[in-house]
Ligand binder design. Structure first.
Ligand code: HAM
Length: 422
């Protein structure tokens, strides 16, 4: 090592990002397996889009007035002079991929899911990271509100599979192109009358997107917003009917929910249904899941006029409240005694692995006692002893660590023993 080793801080992970260490990876893998296992039961299939997209995708999709686009994007100019962005969310990427690959020509509805990292330059705190991971679900081409309820029910199926209790489901309708302009005008007037008490950010939102005022966490703004007209009182007949039928479907599934007319979600594209699943266990970053309809995104991207709905769950928040027990799994440790035994151990390990048995081979020369001590420390399930006599005889002792039972046999016999078909 050089005398001037870099300060520890310079080698730290980027602020707001985290290493997922081997001890935690088991829980991630178990959650990922539960995601696949749950969503595929409903006919959803995985679609993997790139981490990097042209910036305009999010400006157009996520919305130019959303906090995500205004304040939080990791955007830079690439070597070709194009502005690119590390995706802050996944929804616009799926819409783009559908248009680009003409997946819309397949019979609707299209049901997709995905899991992967997202990036938002927000102030890091517990439950809020700059690189975080989402589980994302998107459906295209189904306007029936039964699908809105299907994805909420599917989110709950996943949560219950992962042992997440104590959640609350909040639902709202944010209207559509037909009813929103009228509501915006009412909201602008009400917010304009309270301009003096609103924060500078919310004052700006009066002009840009008054719905966003409901997102503000500052007490004076929240107090003012409590007296603003409610969107649910100003829905057009189509949106009202959609909202009624969505709630009736949730009742059918027996999913308790609360209508929250201030739930507008932080992204600009929502139409009609908006929902969030929050937990009582996570303090201020309590939203585990958020989603809704975005019936206009595809046509605004210049693609076909196809309605859509989806949600995303934050993996870190999910894991913080999930009840997952991870089993390391059984494995065999080979104790080799001597040079020739070590060479034989290498081919024996290969034979065991080909039979589907996890086999750990360490190359350090050790005596039997040291090998057994090491195997026990590593919590090996079995130890295979390979010494000169065993090699000559072609038969090896296999010790089951939990019971201390020893069996002697050929590698084929022992593979059967380990695999439970002896
Ligand atoms: P979102 O509400 O921005 O929606 O994010 C969804 C979830 O991602 C949140 O409920 C939260 O659990 C998690 N999350 C968001 N930001 C962070 C962060 N900085 N750190 C940790 N977790 C975070 C969307 O992203 C939409 N694309 C959802 C959607 C899909 N709507 C329709 N389709």
């Amino acid at each position: 090592m050089s005398e001037e080793a870099p300060a520890k801080k310079e080698l730290a992970a980027v602020k707001g990002t985290k290493d997922i260490l081997p001890a935690e990876v088991g829980a991630w893998q178990a959650a990922e397996a539960a995601v696949r296992g749950t969503f595929e039961l409903y006919g959803y299939r995985e679609l993997r889009a790139p981490v990097l997209e042209y910036t305009e995708l999010f400006e157009k999709g996520t919305g130019a007035t959303s906090d995500v686009v205004v304040k939080e994007m990791y955007t830079f100019i690439d070597k070709g002079g194009r502005s690119v962005t590390l995706r802050p969310e996944y929804t616009p990427s799926v819409a783009r991929a559908i248009i680009e690959h003409r997946l819309d020509l397949q019979p609707a509805p299209l049901r997709f899911y995905y899991m992967g990292p997202m990036f938002r330059y927000d102030k890091p705190q517990k439950g809020r990271y700059r690189q975080f991971h989402q589980i994302d679900v998107e459906v295209f081409g189904e306007k029936d509100p039964a699908i809105d309820a299907e994805i909420v029910e599917m989110a709950h199926a996943l949560l219950s599979r992962l042992g997440v209790g104590e959640t609350k489901t909040l639902v709202n309708s944010v209207g559509c192109e037909a009813c929103r302009p009228g509501y915006h005008a009412l909201l602008r007037a009400a917010a304009g009358a309270k301009r003096a008490v609103l924060c500078p950010d919310c004052q700006r939102k009066i002009e840009t997107n008054p719905l966003r005022i409901f997102d503000c966490k500052l007490e004076p703004c929240r107090e003012a917003a409590a007296s603003f007209p409610r969107i649910t009182d100003h829905l057009c007949p189509e949106c009202r009917d959609h909202f009624d039928r969505f709630r009736a479907c949730l009742d059918l599934y027996g999913i308790p929910f609360e209508v929250d007319p201030t739930l507008v979600r932080g992204l600009d594209y929502y139409t009609k249904t908006a929902f969030e699943i929050v937990t009582t266990k996570l303090g201020s970053q309590n939203a585990i899941c958020g989603g809704g309809r975005y019936d206009d995104m595809m046509k605004e991207f210049g693609g076909p006029d196809i309605c859509a709905i989806g949600f995303a769950m934050g993996m870190e928040r999910l894991l913080a409240v999930a009840d997952i027990t991870v089993d390391r799994g059984k494995f065999l440790y080979i104790a080799h005694l001597g040079d020739e035994a070590r060479r034989a151990a290498m081919t024996l390990a290969r034979q065991f692995r080909r039979a589907g048995i996890e086999c750990l081979l360490e190359y350090k020369v050790r005596g039997l006692k040291a090998h057994l001590g090491r195997a026990s420390k590593l919590e090996a399930s079995w130890v295979l002893i390979v010494g000169d006599d065993e090699l000559k005889a072609g038969r090896f002792p296999l010790k089951e660590m939990a019971s201390g039972t020893q069996t002697v046999g050929t590698p084929e016999d022992l593979i059967r023993t380990v695999n439970g078909d002896a």
